[in-house]
Design a protein around this ligand. Structure first.
Ligand SMILES: N[C@@H](CCC(=O)N[C@@H](CS)C(=O)NCC(=O)O)C(=O)O
Length: 333
């Protein structure tokens, strides 16, 4: 027998209030219900210490599922920083809702311990990515937008410059836009508290993807050859990938896997943006990038950890990553 309507109404109201409380645990919202990303600590670009040229003088701490960490991991990979900056993975602890080290790191079991030991104020969220200095025994930087600039500028880097002066303005313009409308945009959709907040974020997200697709279509028609005559055309019109491509990739590679089913970013699947689809496949094929993509972890961590969005914790089956990075999108019907 169906439960009485008054009971259903009461339970719905109760659950909605609980949901709003739980959502506050994911992040703050403004008065209109728009998700507002908390301000990071250790956010100022530091001068590089002499340890930059010492093998293992710094440690880059990343979690596999985090797109902000992914951009730093990719920059580290493409710039060839393995000899100078060690990589340390953390894993989520869904029960505690924080990152933990697989083995104690610098005497710390969790990332929060390391943040506290580095002098982070009480109540700080311990986020990845973070750059740690073992000699200084402190976190040097934990804001990914600055971190990728620092890694790109690393004096010993051997890979191609991801922010060439010739394209600085275009790269900056794309980065600025992508940060709000796409990288944070998917979270603004998923963590919205009201329909209006979701509608606003979703419209901005797909408008930006349309613009990126158009821009790439033009760039593909007028490719500027790189030094070896290969690569490109990339998002900011560069012959080699730039930081604009680096920041777009972690969000787009998670689109069908996570953001579409969990955050409601499903207006148009990526195969309906043919130039973006080709771009994603090209970027995935860059040396070392595939090794930074762990789709099983993405799905398990997002669906398993974001309780307010997915209380059952059931991890749904998803597409195989290899089908999303094939060179051509499926033929349009
Ligand atoms: N501003 C940071 C945000 C990074 C961030 O939000 N990381 C998430 C994972 S995707 C995190 O570590 N969250 C842990 C927490 O909020 O407690 C950046 O861009 O570096």
């Amino acid at each position: 027998m169906a439960p009485p309507a008054a009971l259903v109404r009461g339970v719905r109201h109760f659950w909605h209030c609980q949901w709003r409380q739980l959502m506050a645990g994911l992040g703050p919202a403004d008065a209109q219900g728009r998700y507002v990303r908390p301000a990071p600590v250790f956010a100022t670009l530091p001068p590089l210490s002499a340890d930059a040229g010492r093998p293992g003088g710094h440690v880059l701490i990343v979690g596999r599922s985090c797109p902000w960490a992914h951009r730093a991991w990719i920059t580290w990979t493409l710039r060839g920083l393995q000899p100078w900056v060690d990589l340390q993975l953390v894993e989520p602890d869904p029960q505690a809702g924080r990152w933990r080290f697989p083995q104690p790191f610098e005497g710390c079991a969790t990332l929060l311990d390391l943040y506290r030991r580095s002098g982070a104020p009480a109540g700080t969220r311990a986020t990845v990515p973070a750059l740690y200095s073992p000699r200084g025994q402190t976190i040097v930087l934990s804001e990914s937008a600055r971190l990728i600039e620092l890694l790109n500028a690393w004096p010993q880097a051997t890979g191609p410059d991801l922010a060439p002066e010739t394209h600085r303005v275009a790269i900056e313009a794309w980065r600025q836009r992508l940060q709000g409308e796409v990288n944070d945009g998917v979270y603004r959709c998923g963590f919205a508290r009201t329909q209006a907040a979701y509608d606003e974020a979703e419209a901005a997200l797909f408008q930006c993807l349309e613009d990126a697709d158009r821009s790439l279509t033009v760039a593909e028609a007028n490719p500027s050859p790189g030094p070896e005559g290969v690569g490109g055309p990339w998002l900011a019109g560069t012959p080699q990938p730039s930081l604009a491509d680096v920041v777009l990739f972690p969000t787009l590679i998670r689109l069908e896997m996570v953001y579409s089913p969990l955050f409601g970013c499903s207006r148009r699947p990526l195969w309906q943006f043919p130039a973006l689809w080709r771009w994603r496949s090209r970027f995935y094929g860059l040396p070392g990038v595939a090794a930074t993509c762990a789709s099983e972890h993405w799905r398990r961590d997002y669906f398993g950890s974001l309780f307010p969005l997915h209380p059952s914790g059931i991890v749904p089956a998803g597409p195989d990553l290899s089908t999303l990075v094939q060179a051509q999108p499926p033929a349009l019907p």
